[in-house]
Ligand binder design. Sequence first.
Ligand code: HEC
Ligand SMILES: [Cu+2]
Length: 352
Amino acid sequence: MVLGVAAVLAIALPLVGVFAQSGGPASGPAELCPQCPVSFRTPSTLAPASTETAQTLGLFNFIMVIATVIFVLVEGLLIFAVFRYRNRRPEQALQIHGNTKLEIAWTAMPAIILAVLLGFTLRTMSDIKALPTGKVINVTTVGHQWWWEFQYPDLKITTANELVVPFGSAIEVAVQSEDVEHGFWTPELFGKVDAVPGYVTRLKFTPTITGTFGGQCTQFCGTQHAQMRFSVRVVAEGEFQAWAANEQQPAIAAAGDAQAGEDYLFNNSESECKTCHTINGSATMIGIKGPDLTHLANRSFIAGGILANTPENLKAWLEDPQAMKLGTLMALKKPLDEQTINNIVAYLTTLK
Ligand code: HEC
Ligand SMILES: [Cu+2]
């Protein structure tokens, strides 16, 4: 008997550990890993940072408790029987075949338990999908090989790879794809959804903690699928307003060293950049195949999260994008000379 209890405890105790963690952090998430170029802390569905993921975790914990009770009960009885009745002389077991009461009981019990779990699951699903009552921010997300575009249709903003949202508002995201199927997931903020070409998948999340959360493309979309990261930056309402007001401005006019770079991008007939990139305020930089560069300097990383947004990395990227991210759709027909690269980087770093 003592052994039986010990065995049950040995199985049950690690599960208690899982519950102890599930409360989530009291404060916001840790900052981006300082020693990695671009990395996020390990994402966890056990540390929810939105109303919706907290509801999902609540359901998970509820099912886990019921499952644990049943597990401990069944295993406990089994272990008890094994030890209590071990080493007895062979005898015929009690015959219960055809016992209607027992048959009904052990059919009905699991059916009732599963029905209860189904009920709670359906309720959580509809809670998560419920129309938001307060303020709503509409975002359109477009998956590209291999980066994410974020549009705010009401605010007339287009940016890439870093989604900035205000704390406390409901964020309604219409997820789309430009080419192949991608997956859109930030475990702390919302469940995983697919970005399917020609189809709009909708999701909603209401952030409850400020901070930066890592996201990742979760469908194999090509060789650099793992290098298709993004982040969601949840900021205070005031900070979001300031960010949005700035994003709505055209690119600032170049001064000093940056002028030669601006001139190359806007006016040089040999420049390929304009076929793929937009810089608002320029009549020529109106390409849409690559990320919008109008406020590039405000983003903390480039190229789907493989490089921090520093002048050195921008230089390396422009020298040879294929060496940084083999297969990227940024392919230059003619490599740039060093002076041109320096000029462009000098300009790009001013694009606050
Ligand atoms: C054929 C299209 C194409 C051309 C031409 C092109 N780019 Fe790109 N560019 C892209 C794509 C696509 C990405 C995103 C790559 C990725 O993350 O996989 C990109 C990324 C970038 C980035 C990083 C932006 C970010 O937010 O990740 C910069 C900066 C950039 N390009 C600058 C330039 C400049 C300057 C030129 C001209 C010398 C240029 N590009 C020419 C398609 C292009
Ligand atoms: Cu992808």
